[in-house]
Design a protein around this ligand. Structure first.
Ligand code: CTP
Length: 447
């Protein structure tokens, strides 16, 4: 994609310790930011932290089981927090609570975060979050002094702002890019401690498997139907297989999925939110509502949308007679509208969704690059629907994925499920790049 600054934590293992504060939910995003910098991340949580943020999101995003028990063993009987202590290139505790600072200052290893820090020679970064009075209390001050002065831990001090207590004051968890920068600084140029994955805590999933956790993906599927009269319509041959395959793959990768379904002939996944939309006008409203009304991270427009509709719909069934002439008018171009709106959001500095269009062509794909530009999409999945094994109703597809930066992937004939994963690889990469840019102002290459 765009020119890149190389990720600053490539190949590193970073342990993230999460303590029981309202700010624990922010650590979920911190995992993503550390990953976007190239780090492998393993999460340790205190019992109280699990009351504020579930382990599942951390596990899904990090691809590692979450250590919550100081007595916990890995499947191969190694002691979880010791393996982390021995292999992490840095430990970052965010949010660190007043209780945790006290436990750490006194070496009381009754939670996995403290235990890992005690057992480790890796640099430790501490980002506290708590009520303002707790932060300024002499006990906390003394504990922080001991951690920074005697232990040499790096502190990312809390910031001033509105606090969970309803008060305004010092105590808010520092902005996440500051914490990431502190981790980068703590690691410095030291060699990677344990590059061998066999030494590190075992992965629970391939990195891509939950790479869409926390994302909202909107997929349109199937064909639209434009009514001629109460019983007849203008439709098309789409079955919805490709859109549903994308929805299923996105769900498997941890995304929240909304399917805007036209006429489909395949079962829709129960885990998705389904909005039915028969006509192009209904699909337009449903897509707009899901994308801009429900903060979608991506729109994948796999539906076969009518380009024309009858100018008038008869309110009674048309009877057999002589010649019937239908006057057709163009429909709204849903994808192009979303593309324009997203570009406007981006221009105003707001987070904009990643947009994927499809181009069903017959004979040649030469019009695809122009279509990508015209629709304002980030990616266009082009296929020749006249080719055997591709297009409507088949279980396979041979596609080319064109990107707005001029690159393209020409894929062989694949199952629609595999095509779906290829498309989502591009979407996940674009979203990670978008986030890295938003949080650090530094562009990052999409792999
Ligand atoms: N699309 C849309 N709204 C329409 C027509 C198409 O959102 N009214 C979307 C499709 O879902 C697809 C992409 O636009 O993702 C391209 O569709 P395609 O039919 O290939 O392109 P057209 O706009 O119809 O262009 P052309 O008729 O020139 O092929």
């Amino acid at each position: 994609m765009s020119a890149s600054a190389s990720p600053r934590l490539e190949g590193r293992l970073i342990a993230l310790g999460v303590c029981g504060s309202v700010a624990a939910y922010k650590s979920i995003e911190l995992v993503r930011l550390l990953r976007a910098e190239g780090a492998e991340v393993v999460v340790l949580m205190t019992k109280a932290a699990t009351a504020f943020a579930g382990t599942l999101a951390f596990q899904a995003l990090s691809g590692h089981a979450v250590e919550t028990d100081v007595l916990g063993l890995l499947p191969d009987n190694r002691i979880g927090h010791i393996v982390v202590a021995d292999t992490a290139d840095a430990i970052v505790v965010a949010p660190a609570t007043a209780r945790w600072l006290g436990a750490m200052a006194n070496g009381i290893a009754d939670d996995p975060v403290t235990a890992a820090c005690l057992a480790s020679s890796a640099p430790v970064v501490v980002a506290p979050a708590m009520d303002g009075d707790m932060w300024t209390h002499p006990a906390t001050r003394a504990n922080v002094e001991r951690l920074t002065g005697v232990f040499g831990y790096a502190l990312v001090p809390p910031e001033t702002g509105s606090l969970a207590s309803g008060q305004t004051g010092i105590g808010r968890l520092a902005e996440l890019p500051r914490i990431v920068n502190a981790v980068v600084a703590a690691v410095g140029t030291s060699p990677v401690r344990r590059p061998d994955p066999a030494d590190r805590p075992p992965r629970t999933a391939a990195p891509h498997e939950a790479d869409l956790a926390g994302r909202h993906i909107v997929v349109s599927a199937g064909g639209t139907a434009e009514p001629i009269d109460p019983v007849r319509f203008i439709g098309n041959r789409s079955t919805g297989k490709m859109g549903v395959a994308i929805a299923e793959a996105a769900l498997a990768r941890g995304a929240r999925v909304t399917i805007v379904a036209g006429r489909v002939e395949v079962p829709l996944p129960a885990a998705a939110t389904v909005v039915h939309a028969e006509s192009t006008a209904q699909m337009r409203d449903a897509v707009q509502a899901a994308v801009f009304g429900d903060s979608a991270d991506a729109l994948i427009m796999a539906a076969a949308v009518a380009d024309f509709r009858p100018r008038q719909t008869a309110d009674h069934k048309l009877t057999r007679g002589g010649l019937l002439t239908l006057e057709l008018e163009p429909t709204e171009d849903i994808l192009a509208e979303v593309g324009r709106q997203a570009a406007a959001e981006g221009a105003e500095g707001r987070t904009r969704p990643v947009i994927v269009g499809f181009a069903a062509e017959t004979g040649s794909l030469e019009r695809a690059p122009e279509k990508l530009r015209r629709k304002g999409a980030d990616f266009l999945v082009a296929n020749d629907v006249s080719e055997a094994g591709s297009g409507f109703g088949t279980d396979t597809n041979r596609v080319q994925i064109l990107a707005a930066d001029g690159t393209s992937d020409e894929l062989p004939l694949l199952s629609k499920r595999d095509v779906a994963h290829h498309i989502l690889n591009r979407v996940a990469g674009a979203l990670d790049a978008r986030d890295a840019l938003a949080h650090t102002g530094r562009p990052r290459t999409e792999s």
